[in-house]
Design a binder for this molecule. Structure first.
Ligand SMILES: Cc1ncc(COP(=O)(O)O)c(C=O)c1O
Length: 393
């Protein structure tokens, strides 16, 4: 069989390998505690499930959906942006596009902007799909390192002018996976000015906007003046509404960019099952109180995990948002060797920072989406452990 060259360039998706390891260990009878993938363990709120049951009985929902979704779901997204972020006047017809989960839209977005050889500015460490989409489109990733000393924000001034002139789009993601960092208005203003200067489209991923700690309130990129002139924002019901399994996201903002994504998608997919679109309407227009109660649960878990890591002497920056703790590995270890040590000694699964890019090396990511009793088990294992000397180099 002859496969494409792009397949050889593509690293296996990090969680595919992690799921295999977990399955193998469990088959050996090992009780694994996983801090791996960010997949909320808390169920989807009841009213949203009730809406699915009802919507599944409607024959119209048994047929092909439209790629751009039901008018009512686009309206619900625009209204939610207004009530949650004060983003006024989004046109549901031209500035809002539902997605089969944000991942789908993020992966396909590259086809809208990049021809072979075109440059895409990509943060590193980052959600791997920005680079994978760029690769699929034949584009070139230019890495913007996310460094602790810069608050894990790309240093736009460090991008050489000739690279910026060539670049067509730039990915940003706040609240950030994997670092838990956030961006404030001044940073978005700087990014918008940079985008204008070099004619670069901004693709902002706000999948974690509602998962916040210590009363923090995350901004939407679209709240910032001029954002809609240069960019779109990707959002997702997965993390904020415990709906990873249902697959619903959105792209909102610049109408030309939204239309480009619609054109690509309408040639590739046939939209989101309508009963799931009805769930999304319920999620966006119904009670939002589960968001605070979820965050209270995640915050307790964050504090327990951080305390255990700090006791072990690991460097941790307390995350303001997102579902993760991003911790430095001890001296002498790499991301991979420390991940392997945690698995072998404690049957704990974490994600090596290096799977988010070269600048993730030296870190591990711990997800807080594990049930409380398993968090406690994992923390007990960490608390009763001392880090062995690192492997010989
Ligand atoms: C930064 C980021 N964006 C998008 C997604 C995907 O969201 P969805 O479940 O809507 O595809 C994830 C999932 O982990 C993510 O971490």
């Amino acid at each position: 069989m002859k496969f494409s060259a792009r397949l050889d360039k593509l690293a296996p998706y990090p969680f595919v390998e992690i799921s295999r390891i977990i399955a193998r260990k469990r088959a050996e009878g090992v009780e694994i505690v996983t801090f791996g993938i960010g997949d909320p363990d808390i169920p989807t709120p009841e009213p949203i499930i009730d809406r699915l049951i009802e919507a599944s009985r409607t024959p119209a929902n048994h047929r092909y959906p439209e790629t751009d979704g039901l008018p009512e779901v686009r309206e619900a997204i625009a209204d939610w942006y207004k009530s949650r972020f004060g983003v006024d006047g989004l046109d549901p017809a031209s500035e809002v596009l539902p997605l089969i989960g944000a991942k789908e839209g993020i992966g396909h977005a590259a086809f809208c902007f990049l021809d072979p050889g075109d440059v895409c500015l990509i943060p590193d460490p980052a959600y791997p799909v920005y680079a994978a989409g760029t690769l699929f489109a034949g584009g070139e990733s230019y890495v913007m390192p996310l460094l602790e000393e810069n608050g894990f924000l790309p240093d736009l001034e460090a991008i050489p002018a000739e690279v910026a002139r060539d670049a067509k789009v730039m990915w940003l993601n706040y609240p950030n996976n994997p670092t838990g960092a956030v961006a404030e208005k001044a940073y978005y203003e700087e990014a918008i000015a940079f985008a204008r200067e070099y004619d670069i489209g901004i693709l902002h991923d706000a999948a974690y906007s509602e998962v916040v700690f210590d009363g923090y309130k995350a901004l939407s990129f679209l709240e910032v003046e001029g954002a809609k002139d240069v960019g779109i924002e990707f959002h997702s019901l997965s993390k904020c509404f415990n709906m990873t399994g249902w697959r619903f996201g959105s792209a909102v903002g610049n109408p030309d960019m939204v239309h480009a994504l619609f054109t690509i998608k309408s040639n590739l997919d046939s939209g989101i099952p309508q009963a799931i679109q009805e769930m999304a309407i319920e999620a966006l227009t119904g009670p939002q109180d589960h968001i605070d109660s979820n965050n209270a649960i995640y915050q307790v878990r964050r504090d327990k995990v951080m305390d255990a890591l700090v006791r072990l002497g690991l460097g941790v920056v307390p995350p303001k948002a997102a579902l993760y703790v991003w911790a430095k590995v001890p001296p002498g270890y790499t991301s991979a060797s420390f991940t392997a040590r945690l698995l072998d000694d404690l049957a704990l699964v974490v994600t090596p920072g290096s799977s988010y890019g070269e600048n993730g090396e030296g870190y591990i990511r711990l997800s807080l989406t594990t049930p409380d009793e398993m968090i406690d088990k994992g923390v007990d294992r960490l608390n009763s452990w001392n880090i062995p000397p690192p492997p010989e180099a």
